[in-house]
Design a protein around this ligand. Structure first.
Ligand code: BTN
Length: 234
């Protein structure tokens, strides 16, 4: 796997997009900071030094990446003693605080898998609005990690899981999914849908019970989660 390293970049996903026909497959692009790191819904992904920011570009024939990628990250983090949960669709949480995010995009028939994880950066260096809701590995374990090594481990895990069965991955994803049986609010643009999380369907869409009826949610941001039967504690 080829590794492209940058001290600073606009966004690792954008770099791949611009060079999609020149870049070797698979490759990873890793940067110490990003000036225009992107999150889902066109949000900015604050990228202070110390965080892990990388994108893997690959061809993909395996089970859906929105299941694979959070499961791969969770496997690697449990290897360093951190038991994370997944907040639908694929945010990485630790005890109700966001530890990492995933931005999956397609370009020229290839998949760009962008991953941002708070690792050696402290949340006090994030924008104020994010501090309360975020957490980093250094705050959980009081230990520094080698960023490139973590990026490689996660990438290799993703590529390996390509050959796993969809049902197995789905059940591993559901085991880690936060909030099953609990109340939640989904923000879809200006619309707010309140309901109880039943689970996800085979395509990864959220099954939400709203006023006693099943609703299938294709996209949206989980705004608030109430108590549930799933514990996110280790
Ligand atoms: C989210 O939770 O909204 C997804 C965040 C994804 C951030 C990563 S950092 C590396 C890659 N490059 C980007 O511009 N975004 C992703």
């Amino acid at each position: 796997m080829k590794i492209y390293r940058f001290s600073q970049i606009d966004s690792t996903n954008d770099f791949i997009r611009k060079n999609i026909n020149k870049i070797e497959i698979p490759s990873i692009v890793i940067a110490k900071t990003q000036e225009k790191g992107r999150g889902r819904f066109g949000r900015l992904w604050a990228s202070p030094v110390g965080g892990l920011y990388f994108s893997l570009v690959t061809e993909w024939k395996g089970p859906p990446l929105p299941f694979i990628v959070p499961v791969a990250i969770s496997d690697i983090l449990s290897g360093v003693g951190v038991n994370v949960s997944i907040r639908w669709p694929n945010d990485i949480f630790f005890k109700k605080k966001k530890l990492g995010g995933i931005l999956i995009e397609a370009a020229s028939g290839k998949m760009i898998i962008g991953i941002g994880i708070n690792v050696n950066n402290r949340v006090e260096n994030l924008p104020e609005v994010l501090r309360e809701k975020s957490i980093s590995l250094i705050e959980i374990k009081e230990q520094q990690y080698i960023l490139e090594e973590m990026a490689l481990k996660i990438s290799n895990k993703i590529l390996k899981l390509q050959y796993s069965k969809r049902e197995n991955i789905l059940s591993r994803y559901i085991k880690k999914l936060e909030g099953i049986g609990g109340k939640c609010e989904i923000q879809q643009g200006t619309k707010l849908i309140k309901g109880t999380i039943e689970g996800v369907d085979i395509n990864g869409r959220l099954i939400l019970i709203v006023n006693g009826k099943k609703n299938i949610i294709h996209s949206g941001a989980v705004k608030r989660l109430g108590a549930s039967r799933v514990s996110t504690d280790p």
